[in-house]
Design a protein around this ligand. Structure first.
Ligand code: SF4
Length: 96
């Protein structure tokens, strides 16, 4: 019988190849500045969305799990591009 590892430990085994030249998620700061509910901040399982000191939501796509949750919960239209990373980039799940 195998033992299930806690989620943080499982995610800690993932490896990320970050595409600095072409982020796979792009936000429109002008739209995000008008968003008052910021569901992406609460919903992203990797906690990659943050409200900056200027009150505008920003994203660090480097640890993206490619789950698509932010794309679903954003109703304001702040995500102007959501694609999977280009070939050889993105997350590599190591277990589970
Ligand atoms: Fe976070 Fe998932 Fe959106 Fe990536 S795709 S930024 S992990 S909610």
């Amino acid at each position: 019988m195998s033992t299930r590892l806690p989620v943080p430990e499982l995610l800690g085994r993932d490896v990320f190849a970050v595409d600095e030249g072409s982020p796979h998620i792009v936000l429109d700061p002008a739209v995000c500045a008008t968003c008052t509910t910021t569901p992406c901040v609460a919903a992203c399982p990797a906690q990659l969305y943050r409200v900056g000191p200027d009150g505008v939501v920003g994203l660090d796509h480097a640890g993206c799990l490619e789950c698509g949750t932010c794309r679903v919960v954003c109703e304001a239209g702040g995500i102007v591009r959501w694609t999977y990373p280009r070939s050889t980039f993105g997350v590599s799940y190591r277990q589970g």
